[in-house]
Design a protein around this ligand. Structure first.
Ligand code: GLU
Length: 550
């Protein structure tokens, strides 16, 4: 009996060979290697911020080099699979304009290197595993979960490295006859790789971000095909897929670095060329004085849903991630304000190798800056789209009168220094609700009176303002001059400097008086330009608001 007999017993219906697949998926460019990157998410129910962070790098490397960026769905762990997950991945890539060149989504396949979904590649994996069995580099393992747990316990007790290697790899030494008779007797088995490595030996591993590393060789006979669903493990699928799909750059989280020796040995066992690797540093955050990994369990911002739900413009999220992707990005963007991240040349040596510190405060600042540059119409369109999915109450406000909503957004916008107070669309309502009578009258409004709180004095100021100084037709300068005249008349300083020199001469100053008008009309002590608000209200509504105070 030979390895070939064993291979045929395990895979009787697999007729294609590794060579056949080599021919089916040739190099993409005959003369020179085409740059190929990929995003390879597991559909587990949400898109992690680290996935988008890596995808931006994938996208940039492909884009910078006129290459290909494809999407591969890694669904071999079907226990963890969640139905809507693929939709979430698809909509995140669409939303952030990181569309793959090749993919398989909703039954539509684009590209000649598919299937792009691992569960549909079973036959391919089996051909490659069959080959390894034939050349004596893979074997069936009949150990049960209990056997393996016992092994681990024993190793832990003896303070040894855990794993299935060397003399602990019990099934490695079974004869072909034994293997065949166990299979024929119906015992379940997984397939393991047969390692030739020596853990004591080091080899050089080159990571484009982390540099040249000395790693220990792999010596584990790790599982390459699982016993229950006959699908490959990540390690095996990575090697077969990235080879056949002609990936040149593998960008993945640094949690995979420790498995790299396994992958290198597998690549070598097939005689395949190794891709370039970028193991991206963990995304970390500050918490008090310490720094820790952003975690799905503790931090809502780990999921891309967080940014959708609050309504950050996509540019803000991309910009914030770009700042942790390359340390020279911010400077570059300041020098090239009209360019987008797609014009930026990604450079792995400008990437932190130890941890990427993500800061929501910084995201908010970036986002405020970006939103402040939108025209009112643009902000209307974006926030309206957002509200349709995430906020019924904003949607209602907008639909009540779109023109009016745009005018509100336009206050202090079209000017050299626009207001920078909105970081995401969910904040908008909180800034504008008082512009709507229905909200204002229904809410039990809390007036934020400041220095002047005496009801009589407040009424005195408001009555005098309305009866003697308010005129709907006034332009801004006239309006402001009249507020000054109001101050002079009622004993308030219309000039702050003068007030500071002789405060005892006055009841207060112009800022106190305009605060009274502002609070009466809006209930807020801090609002955008009061003149523009009053203008937008018009006479009837301005007077109505003031009458509410009395
Ligand atoms: N499916 C793996 C993950 O989600 C992909 C790792 C890789 O990019 O190779 O972590």
């Amino acid at each position: 009996m030979t390895n070939k007999d064993l291979a045929n017993l395990i895979f009787p219906n697999i007729n294609k060979t590794v060579d056949d697949y080599e021919k089916m998926y040739p190099l993409r460019d005959k003369d020179k290697e085409k740059t190929v990157t990929r995003f390879a998410p597991s559909p587990t129910g949400y898109v992690h911020i680290g996935g988008i962070y890596q995808t931006i790098i994938d996208y940039l490397i492909a884009h910078n080099n006129n290459g290909v960026f494809f999407l591969r769905i890694e669904d071999t762990d079907q226990k963890r699979e969640v139905k809507e997950a693929i939709d979430l991945i698809k909509s995140a890539l669409n939303y952030y304009d990181l569309k793959p060149t090749e993919y398989e989504l909703d039954g539509e396949v684009v590209g000649n290197y598919g299937p792009y979904v691992q569960s549909k590649r079973k036959e391919i994996y089996h051909a490659f595993i069959k080959h390894l069995i034939e050349i004596g580099r893979a074997y069936p393992c009949f150990c049960t979960k209990e056997n393996l747990d016992e092994l681990r316990d024993m190793q832990e007790k003896k303070k040894q490295r855990t794993g299935y290697y060397g003399r602990y790899a019990k099934c490695r030494v079974l004869s072909i006859e034994e293997q065949i008779s166990k299979i024929k007797a119906g015992e379940t088995y997984a397939i393991r790789f047969k390692s030739n490595g020596d853990f004591e030996q080091k080899f050089e591993f080159n990571d484009l971000v982390k540099g040249r590393l000395e790693l220990s060789e792999n010596d584990e006979d790790f599982v390459i095909m699982k016993s229950d669903n006959l699908l490959p493990t990540y390690h095996f699928a990575h090697v077969v897929d990235d080879h056949l799909m002609r990936t040149t750059h593998v960008i993945r989280g640094e949690e995979w670095l420790s498995s790299a020796p396994k992958h290198v040995e597998l690549f070598n066992s097939f005689g395949f060329k190794l891709p370039y690797y970028i193991h991206t540093p963990l995304i970390i955050k500050k918490e008090g004085n310490s720094i820790r990994k952003i975690s799905k369990r503790k931090d809502p911002e780990a999921s891309m849903n967080y940014y959708n739900e609050l309504g950050y413009p996509k540019e803000a999220v991309i910009e914030s991630l770009m700042t942790i992707i390359n340390s020279n990005y911010e400077e570059w963007h300041t020098e090239n304000p009209d360019k987008t991240f797609l014009d930026f040349e990604y450079n792995p040596s400008k990437m932190s190798s130890s941890g990427a510190l993500y800061d929501l405060e910084k995201l908010n600042n970036i986002s405020k800056e970006i939103i402040s540059k939108f025209t009112a119409k643009e902000l209307f369109e974006r926030s309206y789209e957002w509200s349709k999915e995430y906020s019924d109450s904003l949607k209602k406000l907008i639909e009540y009168n779109k023109e009016y909503y745009i005018n509100i957004l336009d206050i202090e916008r079209n000017q050299e220094k626009p207001r920078k107070d909105i970081a995401y669309y969910k904040m908008i309502e909180e800034f504008i609700w008082y512009m709507y009578d229905e909200k204002f009258e229904l809410n039990s409004v809390e007036y934020e009176w400041k220095n002047i709180t005496d009801k009589n004095e407040i009424n005195n100021i408001l009555n005098t303002y309305i009866s003697e100084f308010y005129n709907e037709a006034d332009d801004k300068d006239t309006w402001f001059n009249k507020v000054k005249e109001l101050c002079d008349k009622l004993g308030y300083a219309s000039n702050i400097k003068e007030y500071k020199q002789n405060p005892e001469k006055y009841k207060g100053n112009i800022s106190d008086v305009s605060t009274v008008i502002r609070v009466a009309i809006t209930s807020k002590s801090n609002t955008p330009d009061l003149y523009q608000i009053i203008k937008l209200f018009g006479k009837e509504r301005t007077i109505k608001r003031i009458n509410l105070i009395k």
